[in-house]
Design a protein around this ligand. Structure first.
Ligand SMILES: Cc1cc2nc3c(=O)[nH]c(=O)nc-3n(C[C@H](O)[C@H](O)[C@H](O)COP(=O)(O)OP(=O)(O)OC[C@H]3O[C@@H](n4cnc5c(N)ncnc54)[C@H](O)[C@@H]3O)c2cc1C
Length: 402
């Protein structure tokens, strides 16, 4: 019987995971709530990315596209979110079209016939994935799950953990990175706009607002001191992001220790206060979570925003991402919980490592960047395509190695 891996979420991480899964001749079942792949990135398509294309492509996915005639764009250029979709994610999504189930919102993941408190036989029971889609509720089964549903739909409110009064549904309050140079220009131009947040989205917003004629951007900080640098400046490992940190100086006044009353004095507010994961769909699975960051406990110290920016997060994978639930993995933005330190490059390493650790046949390769297992590495070393991990007969697998 063929193994199926369900992948809720067809954002950058989910699509990369699907490529890695299908590359091993395992069937990915990609369940995406939107009508297209990477629907969240489309919403911030106007934003220039701070990581260049070299960091935005997954190696295995890029190789798959090149086999189909794709021309790799200059790796040293910085795309916008829209460029990333047009030049890379859409062709990749197209190559997976037959495996994509669009418009399917995953409502719950559980184990077939095994409640959360039962241990016996847990790992052997298939996962059951309940969705709501164009044909109403549907149920899918899979042997493993890689949750790549991101955090885009769960924006943090403007208050510390709670909305500020009047925030919800207010026409002059936006979250994340509105299209200040485009669709939102008329709404914000000439206004006094408060921007709350300590990350790169806030910086990008302040810079864009400062360029709008007559607009007064005000940097709101909850802390009493705004001394904590935004962006790594000249020392930042991603130069475009460091440049943002430098450019912000001189964009406008800073209001430290901002209160709800000061928020109310603004004509418009932008809350660039990050995201949180939706854990409700995973309520029937055995997860282990860091109490603050809501990511796996082993990952927390590596991505803690009190200690790290995304440039200082070291590559991590299956070991740090694991949960007590056998066969369940997270990848992408959601794996980092509430930490804002996720990069696409991190996500690519996550899916590569998760698949390598799942062990397609005979153990982990030594050169884990190019090979999925020892046999794959040996086969590639002697000029063959790879281990052919789909081969069901041991002799076929052995023939793949020299
Ligand atoms: C404005 C902005 C700029 C960024 N710039 C960079 C950058 O320059 N470089 C960089 O490396 N990273 C950047 N990031 C961070 C990160 O790389 C992106 O957020 C990236 O989109 C995360 O990919 P993902 O696949 O984990 O999640 P997402 O892109 O959020 O994709 C998740 C997918 O899951 C789907 N989904 C959600 N819930 C369900 C459900 N219940 N059922 C089915 N489907 C569901 C969504 O519709 C979506 O398609 C940026 C992020 C933002 C917000």
């Amino acid at each position: 019987m063929r193994t199926t891996v369900a992948i809720p979420g067809a954002g950058p991480a989910g699509v990369a995971a699907a490529v890695h899964v299908s590359d091993r001749n395992i069937e990915p079942l990609i369940l995406e709530q939107g009508s297209q792949v990477a629907i969240a990135v489309r919403e911030w398509g106007h934003v220039p990315m701070f990581s260049n294309r070299r960091f935005n492509f997954d190696a295995i996915a890029a190789r798959r596209l090149e086999r189909a005639g794709w021309q790799r764009p200059d790796p040293n250029t910085h795309p916008t979110g829209a460029d990333l979709i047009n030049g890379y994610r859409d062709p990749l999504g197209g190559s997976l079209a037959a495996l994509l189930r669009l418009g399917q919102r995953v409502a719950a993941v559980s184990r077939d016939g095994i409640g959360k408190v039962r241990d016996a036989g847990r790992g052997a029971a298939p996962f059951v994935i309940d969705t709501v889609g164009p044909n109403g509720p549907e149920t899918f089964r899979a042997d493993a799950v890689i949750d790549a549903t991101g955090t885009w739909d769960q924006r943090n409110p403007g208050g510390a953990g709670r909305p500020v009064p009047g925030e919800e549904g207010h026409p002059m309050v936006s979250h994340g990175m509105p299209d200040i140079r485009g669709d939102d220009r008329a709404r914000l131009k000439g206004r006094r706009v408060g921007v709350l947040g300590g990350g790169h989205s806030a910086i990008g917003n302040l810079i864009a607002l400062a360029a709008l004629p007559g607009t007064r951007p005000i940097r709101l900080c909850r802390a009493q001191s705004a001394a904590r640098a935004l962006g790594g400046g000249a020392a930042d490992q991603l130069s475009a992001r460091g440049a943002l940190g430098v450019e912000i100086e001189g964009t406008g006044p800073v209001c430290a220790g901002a209160t709800e009353g000061q928020c109310a004095e603004m004509d418009a507010l932008i809350f660039s206060t990050g995201f949180r994961p939706d854990l409700s769909i995973l309520g029937e699975l055995c997860l282990s979570l860091d109490p603050a960051l809501e990511c796996s406990p082993a990952l927390a110290p590596l991505i803690d925003p009190n200690l790290h920016s995304c440039g200082t997060v070291r590559p991590h994978g299956a070991a740090e991402l694991s949960h007590p639930e056998p066969g369940f993995h997270t990848a992408g933005m959601k794996s980092c919980g509430r930490a804002p330190t996720f990069l696409l490059a991190t996500g690519h390493e996550q899916v590569r490592s998760t698949m390598a650790a799942s062990g397609c046949c005979c153990g982990q390769a030594l050169d884990r960047v190019v090979a999925c297992c020892i046999a794959d590495e040996a086969a590639k070393d002697c000029g063959r395509a790879g281990c052919d991990c789909a081969a069901s007969q041991p002799e076929q697998k052995a023939a793949a190695c020299c």
